[in-house]
Design a protein around this ligand. Sequence first.
Ligand code: UD1
Length: 322
Amino acid sequence: MNVLVTGARGYIGRAVAHRLADAGHAVVGFDLAPLVEEGPLHTASSIRQLVGDVRDEEGLTQTLQDHAVDAVVHLAGKIVVSESVTEPLAYWDHNVGGGIALLKAMVAADVRQIVFSSSAAVYGEVAPEPIAEQHRREPMNPYGRTKLTMEWMLEDLDRAGAVHYVALRYFNAAGAVPGVTVERHHPETHLIPNALTAAASGRPLKIFGSDYDTGDGTAMRDYVHVGDLADAHRVALDHLAQGGASLALNVATGLGYTVAEVVASLERALGRPVPTVAADRRPGDPPLLIGRGTAIREHLGWVPAHPDLDDITKSAVAAHRP
Ligand code: UD1
């Protein structure tokens, strides 16, 4: 299939674009900035690289037509939860405004299949047991609300017969795929890259919150290897191509690790300590977020190949360049 991947230059987008190209799809990568800036990270010749803004409905319609696109994987968007609390309008503009423009362009170009990058953030405050897809969606930050709004929009379009979708609710993407992607954002806010920078620089990692009800007091997350996460997009596209029904699915391992456990795992992989300092809770952070991964296994046959935290941190350590 000809597949447009929006946000193809990002940490997860690169892994998705490569995974789909490896699976034999003709991939058109679409992002705000040129992919070549990342140098060797994005060299697959089967991935065309376009620069553009998903809020540009006309440009997108043209792109979809020019490249005879069959399906879209939509990852482009703003992702920093704390920034979404202080700059909500930018999140509504990019994540929902961009989503509307993209969906209008898809309908105009008669492209009817989309895999959407949703988030565990749609659930909000949750229970200690792994969350199933039926769990109440009550996001606790603007970032999560923009993702939930997109899910609602897709549900309405599906009911109207306009598009079919798979919304993948990512839990915490982590780790690296050698030669393809390494976790890096500008500015960096994520736990593993921040911890690796702390280990390299000696400037302590701030641990946001040490009084959560999680055993050791630090927040707990479900870390999914970025290569496994990318593969979920491949099977979701296959499902849609075979005429499968629209779905919203967790991409989760069902395993929870605290911030302190992630730091300890990184220390094992590095063979040296990561300096840390206790800090206040970060605005918008839930205490714990662990997903049940059984529905995606049942519907798409997806199981994570690398659920073990030490495998994930080892891959991150091997690929990290300060
Ligand atoms: C968040 C979103 C997730 C989204 C992702 C994209 C929630 C609950 N999760 O993940 O849906 O896809 O952003 O960016 O909204 N931490 C530290 N020190 C640091 C960095 C992080 O202690 O320097 C802690 C955080 O407080 C958190 C954990 O580490 O408890 C993981 O943080 P991070 O890697 O930023 O991801 P989330 O915020 O969980």
